[in-house]
Write a protein that binds this ligand. Sequence first.
Ligand SMILES: [Cu+2]
Length: 251
Amino acid sequence: MATATRGSVAEHAADRPAGPTWMAMARAGAIVMVIFAIALQATARTIIPPVAVIGAVFLAFIPFLKNERRWVGLAAAVFAVTAYAGNFPIILDDLQNPESAPSFILQLLSTVGAFLVTVGGVAAFFGPPARWVRPLALAAAGVFIAGTVGSVALAVNTDSATRLPDDVQVTAQQLMWAPDDVVINTGNSGIWIENKDGIRHTFTIPELDIDVEIPALKAQRVDIDAPPGSYLIICTVPGHESMTGTLTITS
Ligand SMILES: [Cu+2]
């Protein structure tokens, strides 16, 4: 990393052929987006079709992001903004919950990648001085490193609930409840919920005003005090609408 040459040469940097170009920034961003797409699916241990498509498109862009093809940079920027905006509710939720380290770090990575592609691609098209490439790229890397360190520290310091001997166990894994038909009786009402995913979940029973936050790879427990009956279990995290189950309380 060059550290000593900025400032005195900055006024003339636009004239120099050396140093990274805006297109190089867009290309680096595209590489980051491919890494993000692979890492997200590896963490989820499943193919997520929209993420696979986004990764494949950025992979296809990489060899064509060259200085003499300015419009390709602009096209990549438009695609980056579209993909980011389309997933924004999910990305925002992950970024607001840094204690769930895997999903936070992955979405911070996608944010940095989308930023580099968008700024690099647009600037490569319109051609402002390239002297801003290096400080912007270093700032993006700094945000990612600081966010990652902070998130891991938060995750390490986030407690898990211990399972009590009589608790019924429920597991959240790959965006499903297992079992999805939980049975307890009124005299034995503890439920221990273990989240095996790299993203947060909530164990939510709207009818009983129960809404328990379970960070990634942590566990929580809840005592149910409700009349016999059947109650809907959901997760309120955006994109987790498929996570439904039933709690049956027997007398
Ligand atoms: Cu969930």
